[in-house]
Write a protein that binds this ligand. Structure first.
Ligand SMILES: [Fe+2]
Length: 292
């Protein structure tokens, strides 16, 4: 299928691969790969450790630049050398690509989950804020020597909580991939009893439901995904999201009153850790029926 400039394939209901979005995927790969080696001033921030999987740069426009992730704003990044010029180009391509593919995805599926970019919601404190907000990006690379069966176990990007907190919750995931010169590295979806494997190609955008219970369920289930280890070369990609604001549960605010806001917030790490032990992510899903 084509859509003027880019092409898309729905590899499974609500999981879409977009191609020909980037002007020059090879250039994108070179820029991101070289960013850990080039000397002198860069636009990108520092690579940090990303759990046991690899490394990542959160908000790659750098710590000193403002956090408004829009094409128009990113155009104002000042550059003084070729490296900065290239990295700015990379970010502009990423921002433009995100808008293109998410606009398309939402025009296709948005009515199923009442997506409206202009809608507002009132927080518990009475502030009016956008119901939907984009989040990201981070640029990531997976190590090439993972020893586990999966680089990432089956999970939803939507974070499950025993007591729902107020805040923006992951709804739609948009990943952009920059290379394919590694072995393995497939993403594997588990949806409604079925497994769907896909090996990203350089320049792909892959859009799928983040596993938010309000957004594009299939049957009684949400979308889960895991990632197989990649070998021989590092695997590079960027991740971005649309998130939906949730006002939070009454129980959450009762606990805030009971413990005080700050203490309750500081207790969350332990609470989530204990909760996750009761719903562990799996390395394999033996009952899943592979359809791709
Ligand atoms: Fe994920």
């Amino acid at each position: 299928m084509t859509n003027k400039e880019f092409e898309f394939v729905e590899i499974y209901p609500n999981i879409i691969v977009y191609k020909n979005v980037f002007e020059n995927p090879t250039k994108m790969y070179d820029i991101v790969k070289n960013s850990s080696e080039v000397e002198g001033e860069q636009v990108f921030g520092e690579w940090s450790e990303w759990s046991i999987f690899g490394q990542y740069i959160n908000y790659p426009a750098g710590t000193s630049f403002n956090r408004d992730w829009s094409y128009k704003n990113l155009q104002t990044i000042e550059t003084h050398n070729q490296v900065q010029e290239d990295q700015k180009y990379f970010l502009l391509e990423l921002a433009e690509g995100f808008d293109k593919v998410t606009d398309h995805y939402i025009s296709k599926f948005g009515k199923d989950f009442d997506f409206d970019k202009t809608e507002s919601i009132e927080t518990k404190d009475g502030d009016s804020i956008p119901l939907w907000r984009m989040y990201g990006p981070s640029i990531c690379k997976y190590h090439k020597n993972m020893e586990d069966v999966m680089s990432m176990t089956y999970h939803s990007d939507f974070i499950r909580e025993p007591i729902p907190s107020p805040g923006y919750k992951f709804a739609i995931t948009a990943n952009a991939y920059f290379n394919e010169d590694y072995v393995g590295g497939e993403i594997d979806f588990f949806v409604n009893g079925e497994l769907i494997k896909y090996k990203p190609e350089a320049g792909d955008w892959l859009l799928f439901p983040s596993g938010h219970p309000d957004v594009l369920r299939k049957g009684d289930t949400v979308y889960l995904h895991g990632v197989f280890p990649s070998y021989e070369n590092e695997k590079y990609f960027a991740r971005m999201y649309w998130r939906k604001y949730s006002v939070g549960s009454q129980e959450w605010f009762d606990k805030e009153n009971e413990f005080g806001k700050e203490v309750w917030a500081s207790m969350q790490n332990d609470i989530i850790q204990e909760y996750n032990k009761t719903i562990p992510n799996r390395f394999e899903i033996p009952e899943g029926v592979r359809v791709k």
